[in-house]
Design a binder for this molecule. Structure first.
Ligand code: TRP
Length: 357
């Protein structure tokens, strides 16, 4: 179904604190969207039920991280007046929708989802048996997206298979039951380094178990230590005067992701942009210490307002819970309305809205 309104839905699993990879890959873009005034509705879903699909034996972890995630959101400057933050398990319509959509998806199709495939391997489900809940979470994600009538879904590129799956469900539902669901579109950051920020050790991804993250809640000292202690530069760049490589050099990957020309004016005025700095490094004569210092300055500029907002919200946790609770009320209305439309289309609307949802 076509829709004139611009409705955004995105979400995260509450499984841990958010890091710089999350910030540059999605949170920053969410704040920008929020402040652009271009969107009719922005919804952010704390996907606790999805997180339980591979953490069902540790619900305590999910419970704790719901509030951590909310704090991360508020700290980066998401404004509850402008975005609606809500919790998946408080929205029962999502589960009803999931159930109807499972009829429209084959197990063979789900088995081909590359993200799920990789996760199955990583979690060891291939050996110990694959829980049905985990296997079918892309269907539940389709329910999340369609329940909000979202046509814009900002995600990382590992989520593209989920959006593809959702689009197939929407197409099939609308074909069988009549035009009902809104067709979503994924939006991913254009900048490669922003899309896939490696860990400080240069490994493919920031991950808690590798200890290569910079968390949004880290203090200055921790950030400094991570960069000075763990970031490799170019192993061939032994003396400052040696020519250096910027490709595959994590410091420069991070600069690709984070630095702007304004940062040069502020902290490193001998260059006017990153290309000039890179040329100097390649020619030789630019030391790694200077590059790291520049990066630390930039990250501090980004992280310090995030830290002070966090402090403020941490001292007012009750309000954070209230924000989620009112987000849920609003989202319940939206998602129940979609559920009713779906039941309508499927001709299983035996009762009116209030007695049927
Ligand atoms: N699968 C997403 C992740 O792991 C989280 C998520 C759940 C989501 N529901 C969503 C993302 C709906 C976008 C839209 O990050």
């Amino acid at each position: 179904m076509e829709q004139n309104k611009k409705i955004v839905l995105t979400g995260d699993r509450p499984t841990g604190r958010l890091h710089l990879g999350h910030y540059i890959g999605s949170l920053k873009q969410r704040v920008k969207m929020q402040n652009s005034g271009e969107f009719d509705e922005i919804n952010i879903l704390i996907a606790d039920d999805q997180a339980l699909t591979d953490n069902y034996d540790n619900p305590k972890k999910i419970r704790e991280n719901i509030i951590n995630l909310a704090l991360d959101y508020l700290s980066v400057g998401l404004d509850p007046e402008k975005v609606n933050i809500c919790v998946q398990s408080c929205l029962p319509a999502l589960h009803s929708l999931t159930f109807y959509y499972t009829n429209l998806v084959t197990t063979a199709r789900l088995s081909r989802n590359p993200t799920v495939k990789a996760e199955i391997k990583m979690r060891g489900f291939a050996d110990e048996g694959l829980p049905l809940g985990f296997f079918s979470y892309p269907v539940s994600q389709a329910a999340d997206i369609t329940a909000f009538n979202a046509n814009i879904v900002p995600v990382g590129d590992d989520q593209l298979p989920m959006i593809e799956q959702t689009r197939e469900i929407v197409e099939k539902f609308n074909r069988i039951y009549g035009e009902t669901l809104v067709m979503p579109e994924a939006v991913i950051p254009k900048n490669e380094a922003q899309r896939r920020l490696p860990g400080v050790d240069g490994k493919a991804k920031m991950s808690k178990s590798l200890g290569n993250c910079i968390y949004l809640s880290d203090d200055s000292k921790t950030v400094k230590n991570q960069i000075n202690g763990k970031m490799f530069t170019d192993p061939m760049h032994l003396k400052i005067s040696d020519p250096g490589h910027t490709e595959g050099n994590v410091v420069f990957t991070y600069l690709d992701a984070f630095c702007t020309n304004e940062h040069f004016a502020e902290y490193l005025p001998e260059y006017s942009n990153l290309e000039e700095m890179k040329e100097h490094y390649r020619r030789g004569g630019l030391g790694d210490g200077v590059c790291k210092k520049f990066l630390i300055n930039i990250l501090e500029e980004i992280l310090s307002p995030i830290r002070s907002r966090r402090k403020k919200w941490e001292s007012d946790i009750d309000t954070v819970y209230d924000i989620l609770a009112s987000g849920n009320i609003k989202a319940r209305e939206t998602t129940n309305t979609t559920l009713f439309k779906v039941k309508n289309a499927m001709k299983i609307d035996y009762f009116d809205y209030n007695r049927c949802t």
